[in-house]
Ligand binder design. Structure first.
Ligand SMILES: Cc1cc2nc3c(=O)[nH]c(=O)nc-3n(C[C@H](O)[C@H](O)[C@H](O)COP(=O)(O)OP(=O)(O)OC[C@H]3O[C@@H](n4cnc5c(N)ncnc54)[C@H](O)[C@@H]3O)c2cc1C
Length: 483
């Protein structure tokens, strides 16, 4: 029956094309139908499908993997242990927070944005009652004053970018790398190093390879009295499950999309045929619109007919990769006591070296607990070492951890690595930022095709959610206007 329907549709399409009613009709017969097909079941795809549903438009979500959530990912180990190997923190300004609250998902925290640091080989735990007292352990009063002054200037520029976009003044700054721009402020080496650590863990690459404007955006968590961050109790997978459970429309996992063919209809609408491989069989879905919500480097793995525009490819191809590798050590819970500082949890600890962000643990172990997960977020150049044997990398990490916490390696029972190749996040190099006109091309429809994901507005979950909401709003406006 399904095939008969598809055949009739194909014949009708061919007839319409022959009469000049549609411009292109290269589409193969489709096996299923939907109003909208969402490609990718990560955060962007799930938000887009959820918001479309809220606007009365059902979407069919196709996910290549065997699980939902993409880079929002929690792993469970034996004895009830779990940790994140994708998104970790949800900041105050993150639009995802509103969904978490709507789904009644419990949150821990809030926690301060400033973290303990290891600077020039010295460990400065942040366990003081105020950030001023913490700063006083690292900086002179003059340095604190200079940092605050610099941050105020950064705040002004960031506010300008939010209110007015890429103004002439910001366009000038965009030409510089973040390192050059901070360098021009003549801050002390200690303050510059502190700023560098704060931004590099967010952008997952060297501060000299990103533009000053992109760096500014990433520092916004420290502005306006600073934001606070929260974690989902029970793991971020709860957010993913809540979205998936709320979606009434069809959802298919193990569906690798390889080709998307779009045509314009005579009435101004569009038709989309999405081809995907499932269980070794090529299948297809016909729809009015498609949302492609895959990582930027995966766009090249999909055949778009017609292709993305020249500007769209330029915008995608000039993104730079941010690199993360997450490491989970299963450690003896007895280690916790030795790592606390005056009974306080000192994590996260920022380092500028092989360890990256030492997330450590969020909560003290319960009295009955024998093991716990100790997490690292290795970033930037140091993830390259993961091309060598895991054992060698593990030895190096443990040696580094022993330098900060003598004897730490003796508590480690298991090690698990989670890599993201060729990129974990997108980045914008000097001369580029999400505010530029090239990037705006990614936010416009291309014959029934919309793009969503963490490279549309910013490199984090906040921009991801915004992009999902944005495409759902645009599609709903178009489809609602049709009977
Ligand atoms: C280690 C790590 C830590 C992070 N920490 C934070 C943090 O603390 N705070 C924060 O805000 N953000 C963080 N982020 C960023 C955040 O996780 C991402 O911005 C967000 O999850 C991206 O969602 P997405 O939907 O755009 O992409 P993804 O989550 O990558 O989803 C894309 C989906 O598309 C699927 N797919 C790919 N190709 C195809 C195809 N051809 N056909 C069908 N499906 C396909 C993939 O399998 C995947 O499920 C972190 C990211 C990483 C990697």
């Amino acid at each position: 029956m399904k095939h008969l329907k598809a055949l009739i549709l194909a014949v009708l399409c061919a007839a319409a094309a022959a009469c000049g009613l549609i411009e292109v009709s290269a589409a193969a017969p489709a096996e299923g139908e939907a109003r909208v097909v969402v490609v990718g079941g990560g955060l962007a795809g799930l938000v887009a499908a959820y918001e479309l549903q809220n606007k009365g438009i059902a979407a069919h979500v196709l996910e290549a993997g065997d699980r939902w959530g993409g880079r929002v990912a929690t792993v469970e180990y034996a004895n009830g242990l779990r940790s994140e190997y994708g998104m970790h923190e949800i900041w105050d300004s993150n639009t995802l927070l509103a969904y978490v609250k709507k789904f009644n998902i419990p949150l821990s925290g809030p926690e301060e944005p400033y973290s303990s640091v290891v600077m020039n080989g010295k460990y400065y735990p942040y366990v003081q009652p105020s950030v001023d007292k913490f700063f006083a352990t690292m900086f002179t009063p003059r340095e604190i004053k200079d940092y605050r002054k610099w941050l105020k200037k950064a705040e002004e520029l960031y506010d300008e970018s939010e209110a007015k976009g890429l103004t002439p003044r910001l366009a000038e700054i965009q030409k510089l790398s973040f390192a050059q721009w901070v360098g021009s402020a003549n801050l002390s080496p200690a303050v510059s190093e502190f700023i560098r650590m704060g931004v590099e863990c967010e952008v997952a690459t060297d501060w000299s390879s990103i533009s000053a404007v992109y760096g500014l955006q990433q520092l916004s968590i420290f502005m306006h009295g600073s934001e606070q961050c929260r974690h989902v109790v029970g793991g971020n997978q709860k957010i993913v499950e809540s979205f998936v459970d709320s979606l009434k429309g069809p959802k298919t996992r193990g569906a690798l999309v390889t080709r998307i063919v779009r045509t314009k209809n005579a009435d101004g609408g569009t038709e989309v045929v999405v081809h995907y491989k499932k269980d070794g069989v090529m299948r297809s879905l016909r729809a009015e619109k498609a949302v492609v919500a895959v990582p930027f480097h995966v766009l090249h793995a999909i055949q778009f007919e017609p292709g993305l525009t020249e500007d769209q490819w330029k915008a995608v191809d000039s993104l730079i990769p941010g690199m993360y590798t997450v490491v989970h050590f299963i450690i003896d819970a007895k280690a916790a006591e030795k790592l606390l500082v005056d009974g306080n949890i000192p994590f996260p600890v920022l380092t500028r070296g092989p360890l990256g962000v030492v997330y450590g643990f969020l909560e003290k172990p319960a009295a009955s607990q024998t093991e716990m997960v100790f997490t690292l977020l290795v970033h930037g150049d140091y993830t390259r070492s993961y091309l060598e044997s895991r054992d060698k990398t593990r030895q190096r990490l443990l040696a580094e951890l022993d330098k900060i916490w003598l004897g730490f390696s003796g508590f480690v029972k298991e090690t698990h690595f989670y890599g993201y190749h060729p990129a974990a996040t997108p980045g914008w190099g000097p001369g580029r930022s999400p505010l530029d006109s090239l990037h705006a091309s990614l936010r416009t429809e291309n014959v029934g095709l919309y793009l969503a994901g963490d490279y549309i507005y910013s490199s984090h979950a906040d921009g991801t959610v915004k992009s999902g909401q944005d495409v759902a709003g645009k599609i709903a406006k178009q489809l609602k206007s049709k009977p």
